[in-house]
Design a protein around this ligand. Sequence first.
Ligand SMILES: NC(=O)C1=CN([C@@H]2O[C@H](COP(=O)(O)OP(=O)(O)OC[C@H]3O[C@@H](n4cnc5c(N)ncnc54)[C@H](O)[C@@H]3O)[C@@H](O)[C@H]2O)C=CC1
Ligand SMILES: O=C(O)C(=O)COP(=O)(O)O
Length: 530
Amino acid sequence: MCIKLKAECMLTCNLLSLLSCHMLFCLGNNMLILFTCLKYYLFFFSPKNYDGLVVRSATKVTAEVISAGSNLKIIGRAGTGVDNVDVEADVFIIFMNYSFNTPSGNTISAAELTCALLMSLSRHIPQAVISMKDGKWDRKKFMGAELYGKVLGIVGLGRIGKEVATRMQSFGMKTIGYDPITPPEVSASWGVEQMSLEELWPQCDYITVHTPLMPSTTGLLNDTSFAKCKKGVKVVNCARGGIIDEAALLRALESGQCGGAGLDVFVEEPPKDRALVNHPNVISCPHLGASTKEAQARCGKEIALQIVDMATGKALVGAVNAQVLVSSFSPDSHQWILLGESMGRVLKACTASKEPFSQVHVTSLGESLKKSTGFLSSAAVVGLLTEGPQKGPNLVNALPLAAETGITVQTDHKDNECEACVLEVSVNSRSYKAVGSVQAGVPVLLELNGSVFRQPVPLTGHLLFFKAANSTELLLSVTGVLAAAGVELQSYSASTAGSGEQWYCMGISSLLGDIGALKSLVKEAAQLTV
Ligand SMILES: NC(=O)C1=CN([C@@H]2O[C@H](COP(=O)(O)OP(=O)(O)OC[C@H]3O[C@@H](n4cnc5c(N)ncnc54)[C@H](O)[C@@H]3O)[C@@H](O)[C@H]2O)C=CC1
Ligand SMILES: O=C(O)C(=O)COP(=O)(O)O
């Protein structure tokens, strides 16, 4: 048993050797993780086959991708920015995936590339290289300027901003900066004096941005802020395309307000509009900040360890619903989760009223299920909220989703001798109840709305439930309807004869095309596939 890996694209393969050694030996689960940095991996792989997805920045993990991944439990971002993962698409998605990233793994690499771009801008190195390859010897054209004594403005004083600052200080640059969160005394301890952006713009010879891309940082450098800068200011963007407004930058380059730009990132990658890339004062890279052997090895190792930790129940402090998710990886819990979900589906199908549930009560019975009440209730709510066979709520988002739709979920535990799960729901002040257990590794239904089944009902395959008055003809009539519809009876269980009506459950070869055919024979009927 192991985590199986599928890698897409050569760039991710170098992660793989590290990842595989961690994953293959650490886990007792059978998970399939897809590593991809292909933008359109969906066209090649069906995400529903995977338990996990590990991406770099090029793969856009959209709401569509996430909802197509019905088995998806984890999205790992082997890198810093998570702007390519749509974690806030809607409530079905917010809690669905336990999303990791490896923020410090590529800090040094991104910082070094930033410094390289700053140096290249000051001495026109890339342009000089091209000119030499053209057979020229143009010493005048590439007159540069020292970095020594110049002022570097760093917008965003997080991990990368700090590393850039300390490196550029060794060139004798004065480093000033702005960050709404990093305290000024902290940045001062590594040599960066903080000030407002209004104060910062006019002082800088060079500006480098190191913030995430967010609404508040989109277009941080725009026409207005460029106008406040020193004429000829040089800028570097190794963070995300759009933090420096691309149209404003082009205008500033053309007017000479901006003397040069070093760009590793673009709003559109690769950029279709090549005006910036082709500008003589722009030097650019195809998003290479994290593309070093060391950064990829670190990010690969970190994401692998994070996934292993998650799957083995460690390092989950502060994660929403993490315990539920962890339990879903444990083979022991798996059948109980299936039970909870199946019971939810049975009660939903067998509830005569189609009104929404207002209250759900889940009780775990038996010492060994003491710690299972949480995931049993999530699983039961998944079953209760699932509409048809299509993908709906899942273990992680079920409880928040129930709360949002006004359903109160209560849980309880009782140290009975037997192990069982009791699910009760209220609809319009009527309550419905199911009791189930796992017997010989199979989820079974023991009781439905007060009727105790003589034989536990295995909750697998196609099931037909009906409630009817106890009579000798009933079974013959029902099997007649099944036979007429070409449906085979595979198993049968009746509840103990109470007074009057009883619940029956039949395992059938396929669902009836028209359950209404039973109308004249039974009081209530429902069919479902679990
Ligand atoms: N080119 C590449 O290959 C790479 C790019 N990156 C990008 O670099 C960015 C920064 O990475 P880290 O330094 O590791 O992140 P970080 O989270 O350590 O630092 C970001 C800093 O930006 C600050 N910030 C947020 N809003 C701001 C605003 N309006 N003005 C000024 N500062 C603001 C935050 O307070 C934080 O201190 C990432 O978000 C990522 O998009 C990261 C790695 C590689
Ligand atoms: O870590 C980041 O934020 C990056 O931009 C690096 O992206 P990558 O993993 O190289 O596609």
